[in-house]
Design a protein around this ligand. Structure first.
Ligand code: SF4
Length: 211
């Protein structure tokens, strides 16, 4: 049976498919809203759909998708365990970088997906996704390192496609992926701890009168 959250996630995808908030929909073949379960603990965010993704309307197809499956297998996960999406849901023409105003126009869709899924870990695999949580940082300096934002951790990583072009990055990505189960546990521990923390008591009425 479809859960409410799955239905809401599907509804976001439907709205993305007819979105005209920026010009990217005009040149794209298909929107790529994202894919994965509503209760995914890991959310992976790329830049925008590539050629094959645009053709099929699905994220991470082709060679880098196969490599992603391999990376996930290292931590006993499958593609269907994680949610994959992009900062812009329509492909920029000729693979150009998305413009700031396009990223901004598309941001509410990503925000809604994050709010609904409530992942434990967000893995950014693009400059533009990383910049949201790690502005002014270099991927070479921060890849594989987690930073906590509220109830989730954000971990920047190299894009799997980059490792296909540069074999030296392959072991780096594998090692970074192997850290994810610990980061998920860290995020769970942190949210359990904040749920258990005693709530600040209201000041007694006498004290209130003083102000
Ligand atoms: S890229 Fe995002 S904001 Fe632009 S038309 Fe597509 S869904 Fe809408």
């Amino acid at each position: 049976m479809m859960t409410d959250r799955t239905a809401e996630l599907n509804e976001i995808a439907e709205q993305v498919r007819v979105c005209t908030r920026c010009i990217l929909y005009k040149t794209a073949t298909h929107a790529v809203p994202g894919e994965g379960p509503a209760n995914a603990e890991i959310m992976m965010i790329g830049e925008g759909p590539g050629f094959h993704e645009d053709q099929q309307g699905r994220p991470f197809v082709g060679a880098s998708g196969k490599f992603l499956d391999e990376l996930l297998a290292h931590i006993n996960l499958k593609r269907s365990d994680i949610f994959i999406t992009n900062v812009v849901k329509h492909r920029p023409p000729n693979n150009r970088d998305p413009y700031p105003e396009e990223i901004e126009a598309c941001r509410p869709w990503l925000d809604q997906q994050i709010a609904l899924i409530q992942p434990k870990v967000i893995v950014t695999i693009s400059r533009f996704a990383m910049a949201r949580w790690f502005p002014n940082e270099k991927i070479s300096a921060v890849h594989g390192k987690a930073k906590r934002f509220g109830n989730f951790m954000v971990v920047p990583m190299f894009h799997p496609a980059a490792a296909l072009h540069n074999q030296n990055l392959k072991p780096v990505l594998i090692e970074d992926f192997k850290k994810l189960p610990k980061y998920i546990q860290d995020a769970k521990n942190a949210s359990d701890a904040s749920a258990e923390a005693p709530k600040k008591k209201d000041p007694p009425a006498e004290q209130l009168k003083m102000f």
